[in-house]
Design a protein around this ligand. Sequence first.
Ligand code: UT7
Length: 375
Amino acid sequence: MSYAQIIGWGYAVPSRIMTNHDLEKMVDTSDEWIRTRTGISERRIAGPKDTTGTLAIRAAQNALQVADLSPSKVDLIIVATCTPDHPMPAVASMVQDGLGASRAGAFDLNAACSGFVYALSVASGLIAGGLHERILVIGADTMSRLVDWSDRSTCILFGDGAGAVLLQRSESPTGLRAAVLGSDGSGLSSLYIPAGGSRLPLTPELVQNRRNCITMKGSEVYRFAVNAVTHATNQALSAAGLSIDDVDLFIPHQANIRIIQSAAKSLKIPPEKVYSNVQHYGNTSAASIPMALCEAVEEGRVHAGANLAIVGFGAGLSWGAAVVQWGVDTTPVPFSWWKSVVRNFHRREAVVRSFALRTQRRLDALRRMNGINEA
Ligand code: UT7
């Protein structure tokens, strides 16, 4: 029997911080309202050069660094996102190129804020089934690009970021122990982007009316979320043959501290076993769970053998919960100059490789054009 062990982890956020006080200058809101209703104090906002793809590449590079692995050893890249750089191709293909992961397949998965749990389940299944050896699972979103910055009920909630884990086949029984994935598509209009897809292609009028931005029935989603988190977590634990007492750390989707606290209370998980960083990042959609996982590791709250319960929920409506048994030592590896040289070499090699492939493609096109003209 094979298992998918997490051997690398990393995250990336844009440098720009937007505080609640900054938002007070943009919409009719207050720092006090945002903090008491959501627990959020600040969030990171993508700069002009940041995209879902660039954040995902940085998070993946950090995960590869922790695992001390060359990008050429990765077999598959899955990016969970609902804010791709382009409607097509997949962000995962940009990550493959940006990393120089020359042997990897790549695809995106859209389950909105539940995306990371979905992607982790798919990747773990592919590894356990013997199809792949190493898979990068990334949750990445730039929600700020889809927010209506004049709508105070949504713009205060979201932020941008990316988190990644590297899974590797292992004979030791660690990694995903159980997962529960769910969907209730009848709740589509509770949280969605009305225009920009095949149902309502964009027109200047739709853009002017901000129909290409996030629309949400906040209190409806709130009620759904508390319920979904509680039920899915209980189901995943029972599928893993574990009880609430076996959970060492609970890492829910970071959307609202009140949702997290209500769900933890009804699950009877004590506050010291609940991880939250929503105050610093807001809701980063598919990135929120892997980012929280990385920060929990940095803070020394995850150790080999620990049982982690992770749970996501969001647009769809969708939800997903998983129990992950952590399998590796989390002590930071001391800095090694030669490993840093090798890493920089791989990063430059990826840039050069991509440039060479693009140039080759242009030259081929020119040659074909000349051939046609001569004929
Ligand atoms: O990944 C999943 C994504 N979504 C979520 O997780 C969202 C889940 N929902 C929520 O987190 C909460 O419903 C919100 C934080 C969005 C809203 O909190 P609430 O306690 O449900 O507030 P509400 O929507 O019931 O609004 C209460 C009042 C309203 O005023 P009136 O009608 O009572 O006069 C709103 O207009 O608060 C008003 N309000 C605001 N006031 C100041 C709404 N947004 C704001 C704001 N600042 N930013």
